[in-house]
Design a protein around this ligand. Structure first.
Ligand code: VG1
Ligand code: CO
Length: 545
């Protein structure tokens, strides 16, 4: 086997976004493109030399080829051992669990998450550090700088390995261990939840339950946990066969893309509990009969009910949420006397707080929730947590649990409006229009509400002091309301504008109103202040969650 050094010219724009480097598959298929990024990881992450690397992805188109390339590069770059999921599969939370359990020096996760796959779809790659979490900005910046100067990559000339057989193989001086992608993860979740209580709930004949894996990576994980370990009927897990193109779908668990599940549970009331996950298994959508749980509310409910799950029976240390996520979790933290942190969008910002033991639970409005059991958001974890709560609150429903929660803590009405694939210059113009008006907004009114603060969110990490600026425009009306505007950092086409709306309602008599109607004054204000329709030519958002 020959070790080769292949000369390379840097590719522009290999800068990781909110969650890794995401581009069209066709971009990744350019000779040397994947290699340039991976070599930049190996060149900057010294600890990987002679160390252990975890490797796997969500099974999308180009996953298998990418894994074979990365294995040959790892062997040529002196990595001692690689743990790779069978078939090249590892969900994002499972990869985090494997990194932690096996004390790896890092991991490469191949996924573009909720973005569509297939030859014309998206691909992505993300480096996770030894704590199992996404690399912090200092690390991604170093990788990016390296990619801008890279001159060669190293690769071993060798045949493809058989990744469909669990066991050890040699590749040059490196050991490749193909592992069961579910085992470590399932074992970890078993330590956190009351499996006996959940089993009893799921097996009740009148409990109608469905999990939609959206033809993405969670299928095998859901089958093992929900069917094999918890006794759910086969029919309870649907779209469980991972497909390279997600069956042509958009593996994003929200009412728009998981529309069948949403209709059956929320509109037709045919299910008591329904959930879905995304391309790489780190997101979750929770639905009940006649109700969709807002992800921000979900975080708050989990925090308020944490003691019902064995893994959190002693209470939680604190909570954190991304800035655009509603302040529902803050209300719970306040009532429980717990610290509550507000971080920029993206899971990487929770890592330090989790490592320092300052928080136990964290979440984002984008259907992401998780805890200190690993360092990624975790779709099935949230599903099991909700099932655990339902099992321990007999006679209650998802809706009654939510309504009870709102009565106690007040309701934070919440919605996000996405304008997708807008021309990048036009999107920037819309945000800049709001940005320049921010200083003039202080003290002015939105209906009855008074604007108390208007700024561009900047974050100082309370653990290591690192600073992140420009994290989203905020218009705040005290504790009553907020409007947030920011550009997505995960898209691959043009720019996506996200507008977020939050309105607090303490009065239980007004907690069951139509969300969009309730938020209308905030929505109108944001559309006016950004001039979004004139600038982008769009009459309405593409996706409302
Ligand atoms: C989006 C979400 C963010 C999430 C990120 C990765 O980022 O808003 O909350 O952490 O996706 O999720 P952006 O920059 O497009 O708003 V996933 O499931 O892609 O790993
Ligand atoms: Co994801």
């Amino acid at each position: 086997m020959n070790l080769r050094e292949i000369p390379l010219k840097p590719f522009a724009g290999q800068k990781p976004g909110t969650s890794g480097l995401r581009k069209k598959v066709t971009v990744f298929q350019q000779p040397g493109y994947l290699e340039a990024f991976v070599q930049s990881v190996f060149d900057t992450q010294e600890a990987l030399k002679g160390g252990l690397l975890v490797l796997g992805g969500d099974g999308r188109f180009f996953n298998r080829q990418a894994i074979q390339i990365i294995l040959r590069m790892a062997a040529a770059n002196g990595i001692a051992r690689v743990l790779v999921g069978r078939g090249g599969i590892l969900s994002t939370p499972a990869a985090s669990a494997v990194i932690r359990r096996h004390k790896a020096q890092g991991g490469l996760i191949l996924s573009a998450s909720h973005n569509p796959g297939g030859p014309d779809g998206d691909f992505g790659i993300k480096f996770n550090i030894a704590n199992g979490g996404p690399a912090p900005e200092a690390v991604t910046e170093a990788i990016y700088l390296c990619s801008e100067r890279i001159k060669r990559y190293r690769i071993l000339e060798a045949a493809d390995l058989d990744l469909d057989r669990v066991g050890e193989q040699r590749l040059g001086g490196m050991t490749v261990s193909v592992i069961d992608p579910v085992e470590d993860y399932a074992a970890l979740l078993q330590t956190l939840f009351d499996f006996d209580a959940i089993r009893a709930l799921i097996q009740k004949p009148d409990f109608r339950f469905r999990f939609d894996a959206m033809h993405a990576v969670t299928g095998p994980y859901a089958r093992r946990l929900l069917i094999d370990m918890l006794g759910a009927p086969q029919s309870a897990v649907v779209n469980a066969e991972p497909k390279e193109d997600f069956g042509g779908g958009h593996p994003d668990p929200n009412p728009v893309y998981a529309d069948k599940l949403y209709k059956d549970a929320v509109i037709d009331g045919q299910l008591d509990f329904a959930a879905a996950s995304d391309g790489d298994g780190d997101r979750n959508m929770i639905l009940g009969k006649g109700v969709a749980v807002s992800p921000s509310d979900s975080l708050a409910v989990l925090a308020a009910n944490a003691r019902l799950a064995p893994g959190y029976a002693n209470g939680i240390a604190g909570v954190a949420r991304s800035m655009p996520t509603s302040r529902a979790a803050d209300a719970v933290a306040k009532a429980l006397g717990l610290p509550c942190f507000e971080t920029p969008t993206g899971w990487k910002f929770f890592g330090n707080l989790l490592d320092a033991g300052r928080i136990t639970l964290c979440g984002e409005e984008s259907y992401g929730t998780s805890s200190d059991h690993l360092r990624e958001k975790d779709g099935l974890w949230a599903v099991l947590f909700w099932l655990n709560i339902l099992a321990k609150r007999p006679g209650e429903t998802v809706l009654s649990i939510l309504q009870d929660h709102w009565r106690r803590y007040g309701r934070h009405y919440y919605s996000r409006h996405d304008y997708e694939a807008v021309d990048a210059v036009k999107a920037k113009t819309a945000l800049d229009t709001l940005r320049v008006s921010l200083p003039t907004l202080l003290g002015s009114k939105i209906g009855e509400l008074t604007i108390t603060n208007a700024d561009d969110f900047a974050y100082r990490d309370p653990v290591d002091g690192s600073e992140s600026k420009g994290q989203g425009l905020r218009v705040i009306c005290g504790e009553q309301a907020r409007i947030i505007a920011r550009l997505s950092g995960t898209g691959t086409e043009g720019a996506t504008i996200r507008l977020y709306f939050e309105l607090f309602e303490a009065d239980p008599a007004r907690q069951n109103e139509d969300v969009q109607a309730k938020l209308k004054p905030l929505i109108d204000f944001a559309e006016r202040q950004t001039g979004i329709r004139q600038h982008t030519g769009r009459a309405e958002p593409d996706v409302i969650t």
